[in-house]
Write a protein that binds this ligand. Structure first.
Ligand SMILES: [Zn+2]
Ligand SMILES: [Zn+2]
Length: 164
């Protein structure tokens, strides 16, 4: 899923406001990075992003890229997931719309769309003094591929024990 033009314009405005409020230098690089971020339908790592940006005209160093990601995180534009060995990112606006199904065995992540009406009761149920901003959900288990593998393994072990 790619975010539509209207939603993306809102994100750009959010970044403009953040840069203004924090009195940061208004460098074009942040917008270049944001444009690249938008093209990922799923989560991406810093490596994915760097690879994509390397194809562009302007060369962006890794340290600038990390700094820009920090800005985007702090501005509430990006979400950072720590699911695998490498941190993954996605636009927060997108991340709020789905449930993450994470396989405990292979680490694969699948996204399932979730309606805001499903999330709202969770905000209420939390009964916290924290003013809720957003919510990301993870569900952990065994993915279908790993489940098949496991069944295969079990069958193999069964035939072995029947033979002996
Ligand atoms: Zn996601
Ligand atoms: Zn799996």
């Amino acid at each position: 899923m790619i975010i539509d033009d209207k939603a993306f314009q809102e994100i750009r405005t959010q970044l403009e406001r953040y840069i203004h409020d924090k009195k940061l230098r208004n460098s074009e690089v942040r917008y270049l990075v944001l444009d690249a971020v938008r093209t990922f339908p799923k989560h991406f790592t810093v490596d994915d992003l760097q690879e994509k940006l390397d194809k562009g005209k302007e060369k962006i160093s890794l340290s600038t890229l990390y700094n820009t990601l920090l800005v985007l995180l702090d501005a509430g534009i990006l979400l950072r997931h720590s699911l695998g060995p490498k941190a993954e990112y996605e636009l927060r606006k997108k991340g709020e719309t789905h449930l993450h199904l994470v396989c405990n065995r292979c680490g694969s992540v699948r996204e399932v769309r979730i309606l805001p009406s499903v999330l709202r009761p969770l905000f209420d149920a939390a009964k916290t003094r924290l003013e809720p901003d957003y919510l990301t959900l993870y569900m952990y288990g065994l993915c279908s591929r790993c489940k098949r593998e496991q069944k295969k393994l079990e069958r193999k072990q069964n035939t072995k024990s029947n033979e002996s």
